[in-house]
Ligand binder design. Structure first.
Ligand code: GDP
Length: 449
């Protein structure tokens, strides 16, 4: 991509720490070095920290700090970048910003630095989004995942897949172009094997991206069960962990939603399913509507029950959307004197625990963390967005269509066209193919950067 050296110089307060902390004004654009020269009184050496007295136009002193010049193209945006480090007081930073605006800069829009970095080929779209996700990350795990995306781990996997798709397309197109060849290239088992292997890799990427979205967005867990099952006790036991933040949700006295906790990025809402099925009371109907909305939005529904009542309670999960993961908690094991354990029965995860004694809570926590996308020490987790998941799903549909076209009809042209669509969908993720509309939406979402 070409360098945009004539870009108008933009300025932004990058960091505004409290009084005594450091505040940074960043400039990006071709006029930035001249502005640095005016402030410093001479040309700054590249990547060298110069001690500088920042002055107003009339010579009065604003602050003393550092000036660093990162010449194009070796900077974050790929343009000339100048950083002014001053004291972190908001007043000083505003004055300094006004000073550089007076020198010809204009205040950057949210996300404009990242946008320029993208347009100048310094980062791809996934990395730009990872910057926004890093700034907004609500948990340490989410922050680490965003850093991995920023480092390009996600992009590298998308690119590798796109390259594999291109190789397949070239193969198929060559076979179409030379139909008189004696060997039918479209019928070679290797081609189908490679296609199937690519499908598997795409499935892995899809699963990893879904985990990445959950990591970035936080997992929405809803705890359901009949009155007295022990839902509040369970939530309180989880909230007792020092990683939980407890918030009370306002509502009517008979509101079915009671409270929400945030457990290291996992948001949990309690839904009492009392009367979830058959009430005529207006307030209760409203509560039920909210409960159902809450359930419909859940990534994971935890049904709290007991061994004796499970059969009666299972229908409480019946109305959930197919995509919602379900987990069954058999509470009150202390009454029976049994030990905590977990098992998978008919594809459903079951955990036996006691909310009162705390036995088995660690099993539940591990299951929640797994559902939230946390892996053991979070190796390989990266942040992702719904936009990425949608694109990968689209790519997957086209890839399967290509496979069908070849396997069932030996329709090379159709398969090649489907593969082109796969390539396009994958390219949308990293920004190889992108519309102005999409870029506008992505960068407008930045709060800073
Ligand atoms: P909720 O209506 O589902 O929120 O249920 P609560 O959390 O209010 O619990 C109902 C009753 O069951 C309370 O008296 C709790 O002390 C009790 N309870 C909850 N969990 C346990 C448990 O693990 N063991 C025992 N023995 N009692 C429990």
């Amino acid at each position: 991509m070409t360098m945009n050296v004539h870009a108008e110089t933009i300025a932004a307060i990058a960091t505004a720490a409290g009084a005594g902390g450091v505040g940074i004004i960043r400039l990006s654009g071709s006029a930035a070095p001249a502005m640095a020269r005016t402030l410093l009184g001479r040309s700054p050496r590249p990547r060298h920290a110069h001690y500088c007295t920042f002055t107003e136009k009339d010579g009065s002193v604003l602050d003393r700090g550092l000036i660093i010049h990162f010449p194009a193209p070796h900077s974050f945006t790929g343009e000339d970048v100048v950083e002014l480090q001053a004291h972190g007081s908001p007043v000083i930073l505003r004055c300094l910003l006004a000073r550089v605006i007076e020198l010809g800069a204009r205040q950057a829009r949210p996300g404009e630095f990242s946008e320029r970095a993208f347009l100048n080929g310094k980062i791809d779209l996934v990395q730009a989004e990872a910057i926004a996700d890093l700034i907004a990350s609500g948990s340490q795990a989410a922050a680490r995942a965003a850093v991995r995306s920023l480092d390009g781990e996600f992009s590298a996997r998308v690119r590798a897949l796109a390259e594999a798709v291109v190789r397949l397309r070239v193969w198929i197109e060559a076979a179409i172009d030379f139909p008189e060849e004696e060997i039918d290239f479209l019928a070679t088992p290797q081609l189908l094997e490679d296609l199937v292997a690519t499908c598997d890799r795409l499935d892995d990427l899809l699963a990893a991206s879904r985990r990445g979205v959950r990591l970035a967005d936080g997992l929405h867990v809803v705890i359901v069960g009949r009155p007295n099952a022990g839902k509040s006790s369970l939530l309180n036991a989880l909230a007792a962990s020092d990683r939980a933040i407890v918030t009370d949700l306002p509502g009517t006295t008979r509101d079915l939603l009671r409270e929400t906790i945030d457990l290291d990025g996992i948001g949990m809402t309690l839904v009492d399913t009392a009367g979830l099925r058959d009430s005529l009371d207006v307030v209760e109907i409203e509560g039920m509507r909210r409960a159902r909305d809450e359930l419909a939005r859940a990534d994971l529904a935890v049904l709290v029950s007991t061994d004796a009542q499970l059969e009666r309670d299972l229908p409480l999960l019946a109305d959930l959307p197919a995509t919602t993961t379900r987990l069954i908690v058999h509470n009150k094991i202390d009454l029976a004197g049994s030990a905590p354990r977990q098992a998978e029965i008919d594809g459903l995860a079951h955990i036996w625990l006691s909310a009162r004694s705390g036995a088995g809570l660690d099993l539940l926590m591990a299951a929640l963390r797994k559902a939230a996308g946390y892996t053991e020490d979070n190796q390989g987790a990266f942040s992702a967005r719904t936009r990425h998941v949608d694109a990968i799903e689209r790519a997957r549909q086209h890839l399967h269509a290509a496979l069908r076209a070849l396997r069932e009809q030996r329709a090379g042209e159709l398969a090649a066209e489907e593969l082109r669509q796969v390539q396009h969908a994958l390219g949308e993720i990293t920004g190889t193919f992108s519309s102005e509309d999409l870029l506008g939406r992505i960068f407008a979402d930045f709060c800073i950067g």
